[in-house]
Design a protein around this ligand. Structure first.
Ligand code: GCO
Ligand code: MG
Length: 403
């Protein structure tokens, strides 16, 4: 049996912070897992180094399910983003090892390919509607079949989803949280115009998506969903903060716009009611933040029973390791919907050489054995950790709003 002989955490910041777990085995095979938790990276690094790695040494690397249960049940303190990102990193690395030993790309171990590629959506954004649509046209010309549209709101000094750099959107941009202004009234006035203009300019063949980033109440979300209906959006994402799952009933009562939620979910318990009551259409939980491939498969299987498809989070704060894991997963499940794909910078790609590739609006994990991604430790060492936070949002009266 391949025994776990060593494991270590590598923190690197090629433009943004990433936390990686590398597990080595007695067979000489190693595996990698993403453990990045944007803005709280070192908490997961410590959880792994101080509390998980000592318990892994000597274990049979093939026992993926048992190790998952051991780390989840054994901690006593279940769930939460730090714990679940740490467990996810172990899980990814062990699947990587198992597939490498089998000599197969991981998706073959997950049941094989259900599709020829994974449809992805890119991010078009701009300070104005015109700028957003120009940007969207560039994505369309690159072959994207699905595009997320975010635009500045007149009267607000910078809103969620609108970045300085058009192609490398990176919200965690400062050593202390920056502050942006929010007005629900102004946003609700401008958002439908973006979609109306988008259909005029881009036509009806593209899937158009929008992220509300937890900014609305259920009844406000119902109204926005209704206002967007004529433009047939692919989805409206994170319409409200989702701690209260029952609140989605109100949104559902008012609109047929498809709903997506879950990029910050950590386990099936965060979406059990949402899925069971068919209150959503897409579940956005990811490999890294929802307990790894082992747990995400459970969520996806449960979702499949309730007509819910997947739409995994894929922002740049998820490392190429998570992206590779997501692609193997996406390729192998029956109820895949779409995969978010924000390109990483060249510096990040140099730290994480990978086999996945983009063509015709689709990603494919490639045929390399394992996850098909690795960490170049010499490259990683060139980029020391740099504290960085996501911004916060305040309303016009100075009170805190959801981000
Ligand atoms: C998305 C997300 C991101 C998050 C980021 C936070 O839909 O891609 O909302 O933009 O803000 O991943 O860590
Ligand atoms: Mg989002």
């Amino acid at each position: 049996m391949p025994k776990i002989t060593a494991a270590r955490v590598i923190v690197t910041s090629p433009g943004r912070n990433f936390v990686t777990l590398k597990i080595e085995t007695s067979d000489g095979v190693h595996g990698v897992g993403d453990a990045t938790l944007n803005g709280r990276e070192l908490a997961v690094a410590s959880y792994l180094t101080d509390h998980v790695i000592p318990c892994l040494i000597g274990r049979d690397a093939h026992q993926i399910e048992d190790i998952w249960q051991y780390l989840y049940k054994g901690a006593y303190w279940r769930r939460g983003p730090v714990t679940m990102a740490a467990i996810a990193a172990v899980d990814m690395a062990l699947w990587d090892i198992k597939a490498k030993i089998a000599g197969l790309p991981l998706y073959q171990l997950l049941g094989g390919a259900c599709r020829t590629g994974v449809m992805v959506y890119g991010h078009a954004n701009g300070a104005t509607i015109e700028e957003t649509l120009e940007n969207a046209a560039v994505y369309a010309s690159q072959g994207y079949k699905a595009i997320r549209l975010q635009s500045g709101v007149p009267g607000l000094n910078g809103v969620y989803g609108v970045s300085k750099d058009k192609f490398f959107y990176e919200p965690a941009d400062s050593h202390l949280p920056t502050e942006s202004l929010w007005s629900t009234e102004k946003y609700l006035r401008s958002a439908p115009g973006l979609f109306e203009a988008a259909r005029d300019k881009l036509g009806w063949d593209l899937h158009l998506l929008h992220d509300v980033h937890h900014r609305l109440t259920p009844i406000e979300a119902g109204r926005l969903g209704k206002d967007l209906e004529p433009y047939r959006p692919f989805w409206m994402e994170d319409a409200v903060p989702a701690e209260n799952q029952a609140s989605f009933r109100i949104i559902r009562q008012h609109t047929t716009t498809p709903l997506a939620v879950g990029e910050i979910f950590n386990s099936i318990w965060d979406c059990k009611q949402l899925i069971e009551e068919q209150l959503i259409d897409y579940i956005r939980a990811t490999v890294v933040h929802a307990g790894g491939i082992t747990h995400l498969r459970k969520i996806a299987s449960f979702a499949d029973l309730h007509h819910v498809r997947t739409g995994c989070h894929g922002a740049t704060d998820l490392s190429p390791i998570c992206m590779a894991a997501a692609l193997h997963f996406d390729l192998s499940i029956p109820n895949f919907g779409v995969q978010e794909y924000m390109r990483h910078t060249e510096a990040t790609d140099a730290v994480f050489p990978h086999a996945y590739s983009f063509a015709d609006g689709m990603l494919h994990p490639g045929e390399a054995i394992g996850l098909g991604v690795d960490i170049d430790e010499a490259q990683a060492a060139k980029h020391p950790y740099k504290r960085a936070y996501l911004p916060i949002a305040r309303r016009e009266d100075g009170s805190m709003h959801d981000w």
